[in-house]
Write a protein that binds this ligand. Structure first.
Ligand SMILES: Nc1ncnc2c1ncn2[C@@H]1O[C@H](COP(=O)(O)OP(=O)(O)OP(=O)(O)O)[C@@H](O)[C@H]1O
Ligand SMILES: [Mg+2]
Length: 241
């Protein structure tokens, strides 16, 4: 059973001598409730892969299956509907709307998806509570710390009750205390069965996953199971090679 699946997925940029195979025939299966971390050197194609998996970019070739739907075959309209309904995104730079309060930021995707305002407000308040920011609901992003902004972004990613949350360097801009808070949050989502795909440079972040996949030059170069998924002890031992 898979919730998200890539088959021979490819993304090329440029042409001729300038051709870059950012993602080169990647096969990947993510099971429901799994947390998968994708690690690898800068430029190896992690963000590109994540963007393809989330329908933020179009593949050059191959397939992306989300549950029983083919993202790679959808029209732009269908795709944006699917992104709002079934996917949640978390980015390194948070991407909150500066003019909106924390709660308004969390509500926004639900309102865009046609959820009645009162329901959206109720869900947003519950999610802010969930991420430990009930008392910051009416703050603007500028009045929040980095870790608080990222927790608002996680709440926003969850408001559509997504099948999969995709995160690109979610702790990349955070200090150690804020990283720990965001990791605790991911840990509790994982415990609740939320499917998560996290691209990260940070070994602590990768260590929260069930499975760590190493990427190199556009291909998946190795995989390590952690956290009881095959005798791992929640460490990155065995990741090298
Ligand atoms: N829009 C683009 N046009 C041309 N080349 C691109 C584009 N986006 C990415 N690339 C190239 O594709 C390759 C993979 O980039 P990508 O951003 O996916 O790497 P990454 O693993 O996320 O790196 P980092 O860890 O630095 O974020 C790189 O060689 C990059 O230069
Ligand atoms: Mg990247």
């Amino acid at each position: 059973m898979t919730v998200l699946r890539a088959v021979r997925l490819r993304k090329e940029y440029g042409r001729d001598a300038g051709l870059v195979r950012a993602v080169d025939e990647v096969d990947l299966e993510v099971r429901p409730g799994e947390t998968v971390a994708i690690v690898g050197p800068s430029g190896c194609g992690k963000s590109t892969l994540l963007h393809l998996l989330g329908g933020l970019e179009r593949p050059t070739g191959g397939e992306v299956h989300l549950a029983d739907r083919r993202l790679d075959r959808m029209s732009e309209t269908e795709l944006s509907r699917m992104r709002r309904k079934a996917l949640g995104f978390v980015f390194q730079a948070f991407h909150l709307v500066d003019e909106l309060t924390a709660r308004e930021n969390v509500e926004l995707p639900a309102l865009l998806a046609g959820v009645p305002p009162r329901t959206a407000r109720r869900r947003a308040s519950a999610l802010l509570e969930r991420v430990g920011l009930a008392d910051r609901a009416t703050h603007l992003p500028a009045a929040l710390s980095g870790g608080q902004r990222q927790r608002v972004a996680v709440a926003r990613a969850l408001i559509g009750r997504p099948l999969v949350v995709l995160a690109d360097e979610p702790t990349g801009n955070l200090d150690s205390a804020a990283t720990a808070a965001v990791l605790r949050l991911f840990g509790s989502l994982r415990a609740e069965g939320q499917t998560l795909v996290i691209v990260t440079h940070d070994s602590r972040t990768a260590a929260t996953a069930d499975r760590v996949i190493t990427m190199r030059d556009g291909v998946l170069a190795g995989e390590t199971r952690l956290n009881g998924g095959g005798g791992g002890l929640g460490t990155l031992a065995g990741l090298e090679g």
